[in-house]
Design a protein around this ligand. Sequence first.
Ligand code: APR
Ligand code: PHB
Length: 392
Amino acid sequence: MKTQVVIIGAGPSGLLLSQLLYQAGVDFIILERQTRDHVEGRIRAGVLEQITVDLLERAGVADRMRREGLPHHGFQLLSEDGPVRIDVTKLTGKSVMVYGQTEVTQDLIAACLKRGGELVFEAGDVALHDLETETPSVSFIKDGTRHQIHCDFVAGCDGYHGVSRKSIPATALQTFERVYPFGWLGLLADVPPCDEELIYCSHERGFALASMRSHTRSRYYVQVPLSEKLEDWSDDRFWQELARRLGPDVAGKLAVGPSLEKSIAPLRSFVTAPMQWGRLFLAGDAAHIVPPTGAKGLNLAASDVAYLADALIDWHRRGSPDALAAYSARALPRVWRAERFSWWFTNLMHRFPDTDTFGRQMQRAELDYIRHSDAAQKGIAENYVGLPLDWS
Ligand code: APR
Ligand code: PHB
């Protein structure tokens, strides 16, 4: 088999890249380890920056998002000192779109299958070969048979646990990492959201987040220690803990119901640099992870894909390798900016094991400063709606 680009992973990064390449006439094959049901069922974050919305438009997969997505113009920071509303539209002229990553993935898979099958699910034992040559290849097992695809480039879009990053010699990469000593316990339920906007809540007992997928489906999170076991969290216990952290005013509007999904996700900041080696280019979670505070993960994957698609299309049209050579250098500054914002927002809102009374007062003082300072609010708002694709 032969193609121009082998894309490893059918998460949002790989699927969006494939759609942009398809429109430009670049040939590709996507290899995905999991089943379609598994990929389409994963519950992830749900706030899209304008650049992500624009990219989905450009990719021709924005119809359902336009119909069902909820444009949001602000969000709340809540603590025992009261709420602070960040009016993102007043402060930046922009808005965000609340639309689940699960839905984005479903829309992208539907578009991909509609145009006819370059997407292989349940591709086992994917291995990358000869990446440092001009004739790389990728092998995999499907239905008991090993296949090999010769290609010009490999796009590693296979997430944090994927095989792509691990195929690069350790000496060729630098990694930067922070693991947080807690996770988010998330619950999805078919109940109306407690507020029209998202509420990020900093509480002595730990962080909580009130989010949504629609006017009838809510997504809530509470910070829990990593030692916590999912089976110890009945729905009742979750709702009680959430209500306690959100406080009486918000809890009074909280509609509770049976969970559709409940899971614990660890929090991590991680960057690998450079994001390329030989003919392999990493995008999305394969190259970097952010903690979910601020919902930057999918949006960062989208900006990587925008840069990588441009570079591959440039090579396809003009035969020029220059944009590909510059891919990592172009992508990393935006990655680091989003890493900084997600790290900062995580530190501001969470209870750490070593948060003493002084540390807590510092968090409260920072929230108090944000409450009173338009400049501070503007800084938060411009990061939340997403920094520009190129900020030279
Ligand atoms: N072979 C083939 N596919 C693989 C392999 C492998 N060895 N390893 C992983 N994959 C697949 C996974 O099954 C998954 O479908 O790669 C895909 C990676 O998808 P994501 O983890 O969603 O990563 P990405 O597409 O970069 O999306 C980034 O997703 O994890 C969130 O917060 C993150 O929102 C961000 C977004
Ligand atoms: C979500 O809706 O799942 C969500 C929203 C905002 C975040 C993280 C997750 O910052």
